[in-house]
Design a binder for this molecule. Structure first.
Ligand SMILES: [Zn+2]
Length: 331
């Protein structure tokens, strides 16, 4: 049987994904938001309304599918995503996985690692959610989210990479990653391949945090896909500017890598906890950090620079479809 993709409203064929944004968050909170509930309480209706509004804006540009890779401890809420999907008609793929050591909720699995059981337990968590759904909802993750630190893949993070590669070998689930500040892209790809994962079923994320084409080519040569998935997010969290991302992307397209690249924004429709207060000096730089910026601003610039409709169709349609259609490596 051909491979199916799990969305929050059930499985679909990869061919039915259509135009896809590979990395957008409907709701997201840095772990710790749970403690600020007095001033930053969660309102489900507001979250759904914000998500539906964002979904409709993306759909107005032809987007049919969005991957929301919110890690488990950052407010992942498959039922909210399902409601957004049902109300808007947008197909949404959710994740299982934990965030990187510096910004995730690490004490839980670190404690269990000290007892010696964490690796097995992470594998069990992935396999239970993939097979039976998330926390009794029957909603299954379509990807495993993996993440690493700046300049390091820590022992904590390696536990998730091992379990993720194992889950991919067993089920074919897609692996989607977070790299920090433009580092460890090639190392993530190498590690996953050593662990027996299929490069065609991997997308290394936030690669546009690095503007050196050689870094990208070292990653791409392993056969994995990469995502330029932070368009509009500039001058914060170690991110470069869009014009630098565009220059790097054009160089990679000119070198023939159009079959391995996907584009997105890493936008957040609603923050959990209190919304962040962005300093005035930084507000201008992120004025375009929203989930239709690519269509309104970046794509016209890419076209002016000679990027063809065929190349754009590959990055938004063909490449996500192939990523999710990839089977496990034959053993
Ligand atoms: Zn993200």
């Amino acid at each position: 049987m051909a491979k199916q993709v799990e969305t929050v409203t059930g499985p679909i064929a990869p061919e039915a994904m259509g135009k896809t944004l590979i990395h957008e968050h409907f709701i997201f909170g840095y772990p710790g938001f749970h403690g600020d509930v007095t001033l930053g309480p969660f309102n489900r209706e507001t979250a759904v309304a914000a998500g539906v509004e964002a979904a409709r804006k993306m759909m107005a540009h032809g987007v049919q599918t969005v991957v929301d890779p919110t890690p488990n401890e950052c407010g992942r809420d498959p039922e909210v995503l399902k409601e957004i999907s049902e109300e808007s008609g947008l197909q949404i793929i959710c994740a299982t996985g934990y965030y990187y050591e510096g910004e995730g909720a690490t004490p839980y699995f670190k404690f269990r690692a000290s007892l010696g059981s964490a690796e097995r337990e992470i594998s069990e968590m992935f396999s239970a959610e993939i097979k039976d759904g998330i926390a009794g909802t029957n909603i299954k993750p379509g990807i495993i989210k993996l993440a690493t630190s700046k300049d390091a893949i820590t022992d904590y993070e390696k536990m998730f990479f091992k379990a993720g590669a194992q889950a991919q070998r067993e089920t074919g689930i897609t692996l989607l990653t977070h790299t920090q500040e433009g580092t460890m892209g090639p190392e993530q790809a190498q590690l996953l391949l050593e662990l027996g994962a299929n490069p065609a079923g991997i997308v290394i994320g936030h690669m546009c945090g690095n503007t050196n084409p050689a870094y990208h080519k070292r990653t791409l040569e392993t056969g994995v896909n990469i995502a330029f998935d932070r368009f509009g997010l500039q001058g914060m969290v170690g991110a470069p500017f869009d014009h630098q991302r565009i220059t790097t992307l054009l160089e990679l397209l000119a070198s023939g890598y159009e079959d391995q690249i996907m584009l997105s924004h890493d936008s957040i429709s609603m923050w959990l906890g209190r919304p962040p207060v962005i300093p005035e000096a930084a507000q201008g730089a992120i004025a375009n950090w929203h989930p239709t910026h690519l269509f309104e601003t970046v794509i016209p610039e890419l076209k002016k620079a000679g990027v063809t409709d065929e190349q754009l169709d590959k990055m938004f349609m063909e490449n996500p479809k192939k990523l999710f259609a990839a089977e496990t490596v034959a053993v």
